[in-house]
Ligand binder design. Structure first.
Ligand code: NDP
Ligand code: 2IT
Length: 447
């Protein structure tokens, strides 16, 4: 889709100011393409340099993270925190530890987070952080030392009312525990609301672990219902086998679908009888092993090394691993195999070309900023519980999550219809989110 003429110079400016940050360019371009109709109908959405301001992070923090491995060797990693937009609330978003992390990845994730958080309707701004640290193969003590060093710098930038990090790729409850422990030690404050995704024993919220995957499955359920369909009898393929993937699989099974394959960066497993979530959790969460070990232990599964999971035929595809994992080639294969619904559990796993192919083929496509917003929404519920020193039941919290996902789905559909693009979830999500952030920023003056 072309960029609205009033926004072309904004995109040129983003390219010039952020050289080489291709993932960030991609994320910005998608939003700028989508919001054209809103700018056409309500010109104030492009006044006062509001679009340029939204594309420029409020604050970018980059820092050194020195740490010592078990053999005494010293390593230097780079830490990031992108405090992107605080018009709607404190900066909120996860931390990613992965060797591919660089400024462009954290910036794209921070930018996406601003709109995702706006879509939840909850009072949270957008941010993201992380490091190029590779947690694979590290001992528990090395992970702890790294987290302590990372927080020794990060602590001065965050706070319950300022910036509230959580997990993302490579950062789960173990890492959040070490990060919270170091924050508490340095600041001498038991400030529960400074991080989310905490363990239940020290201020965490029920359902946060499951929330992103569950939320994505709830979102697909809504997409199916909007087409007069349901999960019953549907074959589903999920990529990844981490936090988002595991709980997406669990909820799809509870809703009546059957997930026949999942993956990691080395290959995928097929289990025609349906992935055994209990076994998957044992392999991934307890043993911290590769997905190939699942195939060794499961009765019916087979492991396919070095191939893309998208070659497995399915009715529904849920990419839950990483950015740009579905390119035009994989999209064509999925369409050829009869896939009718795609929903992003990961952030930006589908390339622009693949999104276009899905939309042209009539495949319902749910973008990540809508479909995977259940994780951060439940983080906001964790912040609510921390602020009121309360703790909610699993059932109550899951009901809230389901309601939030239903509301996001409705907002996408209604906004897409309002702007003459029925069924276009990308346009609906981007316009609904953008206008909410822009309205708040316009109300707050030139900041
Ligand atoms: P985890 O670290 O728990 O799991 C990541 C999974 O994706 C692993 O199976 C991993 O395989 C695979 N993966 C990661 N990077 C790559 C890569 N470059 N190529 C192929 N496979 C890869 O992360 P999460 O499940 O938390 O996050 C997955 C996605 O969901 C990310 O895009 C994240 O930003 C997004 N997300 C996460 C939320 C959360 O609450 N955790 C909320 C919303 C979105 P391997 O072990 O081989 O690396
Ligand atoms: O991408 C995401 O939405 C997350 N990693 C979750 C962020 C959060 O603050 O819970």
């Amino acid at each position: 889709m072309p960029i609205h003429e009033r926004l072309e110079s904004v995109y040129a400016e983003v390219l010039a100011r952020n050289p080489g940050e291709t993932e960030f360019h991609q994320a910005v371009r998608e939003v700028l393409e989508s919001i054209g109709p809103a700018v056409g109908k309500h010109p104030q959405y492009a006044d006062a340099k509001i679009v340029s301001r939204i594309c420029e992070p409020e604050r970018q923090i980059i820092f050194r993270v020195p740490w010592e491995d078990d053999s005494g060797e010293i390593h230097i990693n780079r830490g990031f925190r992108m405090e992107f937009n605080s018009a709607l609330g404190p900066y909120k978003g996860g931390l990613r530890f992965h060797p591919s992390v660089y400024l462009g990845i954290i910036k794209f994730l921070g930018f996406e987070q601003v709109f995702k958080n706006a879509l939840t309707g909850l009072p949270i701004g957008g941010g993201k952080g992380g490091s190029d640290f590779d947690p694979k193969g590290k001992s528990d003590r090395e992970i702890m030392r790294f987290c302590q060093s990372f927080m020794t710098e990060l602590h001065r930038h965050i706070g319950e009312y300022t910036d509230v990090p959580a997990g993302d790729t490579g950062v789960g409850s173990r890492e959040i525990g070490y990060l919270f422990g170091q924050y508490k030690r340095i600041t001498n404050r038991y400030e529960s609301g400074v991080l989310t995704g905490k363990g239940l024993i020290y201020g965490g919220a029920r359902v946060r672990t499951e929330a992103t995957g569950y939320g994505t499955a709830f979102f697909v359920n809504e997409m199916l219902a909007a087409r007069g369909d349901s999960f019953a009898g549907k074959t589903v393929v999920v990529s990844g086998s981490g936090n988002v993937a595991i709980y997406a699989i669990e909820k799809v099974h509870q809703l009546g679908g059957r997930v026949v394959a999942c993956s990691d960066s080395s290959g995928y497993v097929v289990d025609e009888k349906g992935i055994d979530v209990k076994l998957l959790r044992e392999v991934k969460e307890n043993r911290r092993e590769r997905i190939s070990v699942y195939a060794d232990l499961a009765k019916h599964a087979r492991y396919v090394k070095g191939q893309q999971v998208w070659e497995v035929p399915c009715d529904i595809a849920m990419p839950c691993a990483t950015q740009n994992e579905i390119t035009g080639k994989e999209a064509e294969q999925l369409i050829r195999n009869g896939c009718k619904v795609v929903a992003e559990g990961a952030n930006m796993p589908t390339t622009p070309e693949a999104v276009r192919l899905f939309q042209e083929a009539g495949v319902a496509f749910g973008p990540g900023k809508a479909a995977n917003a259940g994780g951060v929404a439940t983080s906001a519920l964790e912040m609510q519980q921390n602020a009121s020193r309360d703790s909610w039941s699993f059932e109550y919290t899951e009901d809230r999550l389901e309601d939030i996902m239903r509301d996001i789905h409705t907002r996408c559909i209604e906004t897409a219809e309002e702007y003459g693009m029925p069924g276009n979830y990308v346009a609906g999500a981007n316009i609904a989110a953008y206008t909410r952030v822009a309205d708040a920023m316009l109300a707050l003056g030139l900041i």
